[in-house]
Ligand binder design. Structure first.
Ligand code: URA
Length: 208
């Protein structure tokens, strides 16, 4: 079964409290999403493979390590975009690939409208980024696409998860680790996480 990792870090809890506040303005909201993206990625990447390298210091040769795997960031449009910058500050060599999905109003299934992935995979680890793991539909569909592309190691990094979305991702993709700042109570009838933080896209982009 999927490993779910709600962050135990006090800085994450503190920043998430400000993020949730209905009075937090878009500028501050974007800054917090960026910072939380970096903190959660720090936790999500503790098991990345390393290769040894020798580094010349002013005093001699140090036995060091560098990342051995190419990393891809896959923000789920549009709210996932705000998480990219924070992750990129930690992993500047990461490739960012965009996949666009919308929900068909009749079938309620995610439909792909943008996907420019090359034929062969260019990365070996992917971080799927979305602040809200609500129904899990977009996350499951995105992981489906990445697996078809040939990526073997995929992790989900988000801010708040609903039990419904976590369960959907766990059932569809039990090998995908889920890193979150918090797990909330439930989804309401409109698909919003309660208590959540509202619409993460609207709050970042000032479109509420
Ligand atoms: N997407 C959001 O932005 N907020 C939610 O609560 C659920 C999905």
């Amino acid at each position: 079964m999927t490993n779910i990792y709600p962050s135990p870090h006090p800085l994450v809890a503190h920043k998430l409290s400000i993020l949730r506040d209905v009075n937090t303005e878009p500028k501050k909201f974007r800054q917090l999403v960026r910072e939380l993206g970096a903190l959660l990625t720090y936790e999500a990447t503790t098991d990345l493979q390393m290769s040894p390298i020798d580094v010349q210091t002013p005093m001699g040769t140090a036995k060091c390590h560098e990342l051995a795997m190419k990393i891809g960031l896959i923000p789920i449009l549009r709210a996932g975009l705000g998480l990219v910058e924070g992750v990129w500050e930690l992993i500047p060599t990461a490739e960012v690939w965009h996949i666009g999905l919308y929900r068909d109003e009749k079938t309620l299934q995610p439909v792909e409208y943008y996907n420019k992935l090359p034929v062969e995979p260019t990365v070996s680890v992917c971080l799927v980024l979305d602040p809200m793991l609500a129904t899990g539909g977009s996350a499951v569909a995105t992981v489906d696409i990445l697996k078809r592309w040939g990526v073997k190691r995929i992790k989900f990094v988000g801010l708040i998860g609903a039990p419904e979305g976590i369960k959907a991702l766990q059932i569809a993709h039990p090998d995908v680790d889920i890193h979150l700042a918090a797990v909330d109570d439930h989804l309401n009838e409109k698909g919003y996480i309660v208590p959540g933080l509202g619409d993460a896209g609207d709050r970042q982009f000032g479109t509420a």
